[in-house]
Design a protein around this ligand. Structure first.
Ligand SMILES: *Cc1c(COP(=O)(O)O)cnc(C)c1O
Length: 364
């Protein structure tokens, strides 16, 4: 049977392993398992949100308000923008998919960092577009510019802070790069971890409002999956000027997030304190990872997110270490697939992190 020929170039995306798999394969009790592989908020979600979800479970038989009026109003208020500059997706992943389908075809070129969020290239390949990548681990915007001038790509991805490396680009650098980009080129700024960068160092924080008014060819994407703790609810958003959004809206199926997800997003925005406290705790715990790395002789990438990438010295193999951790109930992300001998570890709760340090030491 014939399928879209571009699919031949795509490898199926492998998500972080779920707790259920470790239970099945190693017979470990769910409460003994620590999931540090998908950058969820280890503190869960705001209690107000979980309460709202349970109280409204019975509404699951109704389709959601497809205008997503209240959620858009909440996001608009948070970012001081207009509701009609917002599109909602089932995770920001779905926004990335809309962007790719709306902008790309077989003749398109897409520029992205060498090591970055895997879905950018998967969505681009689905459209048969050509992928251009830099050759440095960290976003080197000078190199971006060089490739941009030579290749004139249709779409550019900037992921800051970047996943799976955790590093970020300063606002100053981003702005001076964007000033060189033609208004015909669509730029995606993926801010999935922006809440973390904002709290860690203001110089690395960029605001959607200012971004889209200075650069109308840019779309900012954000998510409720990370700092807000709603990974399982699948709510994300894109923020852009009307001309861009009108095209993306043509890609959106009706009712693309669930009635309960919509409600969860609305409630989550009302509990800023929960988000701020989680982020503060995250960076207190991150310092322990940095100390641990120094103690055992690992390098790490300075992180502006809720995860840290530990670079393993010669003699250690990231796949073997990940596998050994898994057998002890700790799920981390092996970065072998990105050609890095490294593991990406989501910062957990204090007691989870202590256990991680203890078990990893026993493996080394
Ligand atoms: C987690 C993540 C997303 C999207 O997550 P959703 O759950 O689909 O909102 C997008 N970009 C990056 C860089 C991420 O790490």
């Amino acid at each position: 049977m014939e399928f879209n020929e571009h699919l031949k170039n795509i490898e199926v995306y492998e998500a972080g392993k779920p707790i259920e798999l470790v239970v099945r394969e190693f017979g470990i009790e769910p409460k003994e398992i620590i999931k540090m592989a998908s950058n969820e908020n280890p503190f869960g979600m705001s209690p107000n949100v979980s309460k709202a979800i349970s109280d409204s479970a019975k509404k699951g038989y109704l389709y959601p308000d497809d205008s997503m009026f209240e959620l858009k109003q909440g996001i608009a208020k948070r970012f001081d923008i207009s509701s009609n500059e917002i599109i909602i997706g089932a995770g920001s992943d779905q926004i990335l998919e809309f962007i790719s389908r709306a902008k790309l075809n077989e003749n398109s070129k897409v520029l992205m960092n060498k090591i970055t969020f895997a879905m950018y290239s998967i969505y681009a390949k689905q459209m048969g577009a050509k992928i251009l990548q830099t050759d440095s681990i960290h976003h080197d915007l000078n190199q971006y510019l060089e490739i941009y001038k030579r290749e004139n790509p249709d779409l550019i991805y900037i992921c800051t802070p970047n996943n799976p490396t955790g590093d970020a680009i300063s606002k100053e650098e981003i702005y001076s790069f964007l000033e060189n980009i033609s208004s015909e080129t669509l730029v995606v700024l993926d801010g999935a971890y922006m809440e973390y960068a904002k709290l860690k160092d203001k110089a690395y924080f960029v605001e959607p409002k200012e971004l889209i008014s200075k650069f109308p060819n840019l779309i900012y994407t954000g998510t409720f999956s990370k700092a807000f703790g709603l990974g399982g609810m699948r709510v994300g958003y894109g923020i852009a000027k009307r001309e861009i959004l009108e095209n993306l809206l043509k890609m959106r199926p009706p009712f693309n997030i669930t009635t309960l997800s919509l409600l969860a997003g609305i409630e989550a925005l009302k509990d800023e304190k929960f988000v701020t406290e989680s982020i503060k705790a995250n960076f207190v715990e991150m310092a322990k990872f940095e100390n641990f790395a120094k103690e055992v002789g690992f390098d790490y990438i300075k992180s502006y997110t809720n995860f840290i990438t530990l670079l393993l010295p010669k003699g250690y193999n990231s796949s073997i270490i990940s596998d050994n951790l898994l057998r002890k109930g700790i799920i981390v992300r092996d970065l072998k697939g990105y050609k890095l001998n490294a593991i990406r570890v989501t910062i957990g709760k204090p007691e989870e992190n202590s256990r991680f340090f203890h078990i990893l030491k026993s493996i080394l």
